[in-house]
Write a protein that binds this ligand. Structure first.
Ligand code: CS2
Length: 496
């Protein structure tokens, strides 16, 4: 059995890094090391490190959130020397398990934020990447950074800031002053033009802090747009036990995911980059068609099955894919709502992409969770669904599936499904006023929630009426009956 410190002997079925990790130095700092980063970007970098001459492209992971979960992750990763197992779960083949070795150092910023800033200022760091979620950029519906948001306003006043905007800006100040040059800021979040959004956020923060520094950042730093894709479920305590039993490794922080992986990047790196094109990453001059297809087809479909699914009592994605009405709903919304507004990227066929999505969702082996998908829908719907909603209303097409989805979101916020089972709602970007609007006896009031600001839904009285009718149907007849009605061809609808 191969020996891998600090794990000791590792079962031969588990792949271990083929390169000398002791020789690897961080060239990338990643802020907010979630499961997705560890199943996606860290895997590509692991492949890069396995090729000769790339030992300067390791990852320094930096935890940003000051909570118990992040602290525990930091402790585990440090104890495991940055190593963790990744279980990849194809639909039609046995799982495969590998150790990912690319995270060669880790620090938990809340322990010493000044130290985190100094590490980012190390000239060896040439890319600072981040996954901070769709809502983590504090950019409003009109595309403006929310300087008056309490989190941001408080952070701007701190000498040593806490947010990613502050950490990065202060590190760039040190680099400018020391003459060590810039680093690329690489957003890996599910947002259209995530680089542009990041640029808006980081520049606005810097400008509010120090206009001269902001000018330097504006001139020096690049923010490439990227499209990222890999379904990576949440890992609960039972998953840890299950994954460790499967691998035969006692890993405190294992990750699992589907076997599909994709990364498309615009090639604008101001301080060099690893040879990612050699390990499966696609470089393009314009990421727009890739990101639009991915966000409006994959992520929007996730919402389309996640929110109604929670109400119907489902909790696992592959389970709900056994429901033919849900599959029909996805089929129709992909083919009739999303696709007509999209342009396929070169070499891609949209129907084929849609069929592949349904296969990916049906993968029993990854048992992806609906609560994960439903969580933070207030940040996700404006990104994943708004363009299709606006486009559908603008072209006067059938908006019934959009009305159904948005109605299900409003109903989902009541916190229990149609069978009376309660669930936890994780909506950090909704306030009490939003929840009151969702709970109002007038079903259309939910359209005034902050999540729908800027969608222009109220400008379409027929849509408002459709939404109100759909919600009433959900409340009186339940989600399954409402869905059945929605997917039935008009001539087979029961007459009233
Ligand atoms: C999901 C995504 O969070 C969500 O709602 O749609 O996490 C999805 O699994 C990934 O974007 C897949 O690449």
């Amino acid at each position: 059995m191969p020996i891998l410190p600090p794990f000791g002997p590792v079962p031969p079925s588990v792949l271990i890094p083929s390169y000398d990790r002791a020789a690897v130095r961080p060239g990338i700092a990643h802020l907010s090391v979630g499961n997705f980063h560890r199943a996606h970007q860290a895997v590509y970098l692991d492949r890069v490190l396995a090729r000769p001459g790339n030992a300067h492209w390791g990852i320094l992971g930096i935890g940003v959130m000051d909570d118990a979960h992040e602290r525990a992750k930091a402790e585990a990763l440090l104890a495991q020397n940055g190593l963790y197992t990744l279980t990849e779960c194809p639909a039609d083949a046995p799982d495969s398990v590998r150790f990912v070795g690319s995270i060669v150092d880790y620090l938990h910023a809340p322990d010493d934020r000044a130290a985190a800033i100094r590490r980012l200022a190390d000239p060896a760091i040439r890319i600072v990447s981040l996954t901070v979620t769709e809502g983590g950029y504090y950019v409003d519906a009109a595309g403006h950074f929310q300087l008056d948001h309490p989190t941001i306003a408080e952070d701007l006043a701190r000498q040593v800031p806490h947010t990613v905007f502050g950490l990065v800006t202060e590190a760039l100040r040190l680099r400018r002053d020391a003459g060590t040059g810039p680093f690329t800021v690489l957003s890996c979040d599910n947002l259209p033009h995530n680089g542009r959004v990041a640029r808006t956020a980081f520049l606005a923060w810097a400008r509010a802090r120090d206009a001269e520094l902001a000018d330097w950042i504006e001139a020096q730093i690049t923010f490439p747009n990227t499209m990222v894709d890999r379904i990576t479920p949440a890992v609960g305590p039972l998953d840890v036990t299950r994954l460790d039993a499967g691998s035969g490794v006692e890993d405190r922080v294992p990750v699992f995911c589907e076997d599909f992986i994709q990364w498309v990047i615009e090639d604008h790196f101001c301080a060099g980059r690893p040879p990612l094109e050699e390990v499966g990453v696609l470089f393009t001059g314009d990421v727009t068609p890739y990101e639009q297809v991915k966000l409006r087809m994959l992520n929007a479909s996730h919402s389309m099955l996640g929110l109604p699914g929670m109400l119907m009592g489902y909790r696992i994605v592959s389970d709900i894919m056994h429901n033919p009405d849900v599959v029909a709903l996805l089929d129709h919304s992909l083919a009739q709502d999303a696709e007509p507004l999209l342009q396929a990227p070169p070499g891609m066929e949209l129907h084929e992409y849609a069929a592949q999505l349904l296969r990916r969702f049906s993968n029993v082996a990854i048992s992806d969770q609906l609560p994960r998908i439903a969580s933070d829908s207030a940040s996700k719907l404006p990104v994943f669904v708004r363009p299709t909603a606006e486009g559908t209303l603008a072209r006067g097409a059938d908006a019934s599936r959009i009305a159904f989805l948005l109605s299900c979101f409003a109903e989902y916020l009541r916190g229990h499904d149609d069978n009376g089972a309660t669930y936890e709602i994780h909506e950090p970007h909704l306030g009490p006023d939003d929840l009151a609007l969702a709970a109002d006896a007038d079903p259309a009031k939910a359209l005034d929630m902050s999540v729908f600001a800027g969608w222009g839904l109220r400008d379409h009285p027929a849509f408002v009426e459709l939404f109100a009718r759909t919600r009433t149907a959900l409340r009186t007849g339940g989600t399954r009956a409402c869905l059945r009605q929605l997917i039935s061809p008009p001539d087979s609808a029961p007459s009233s």
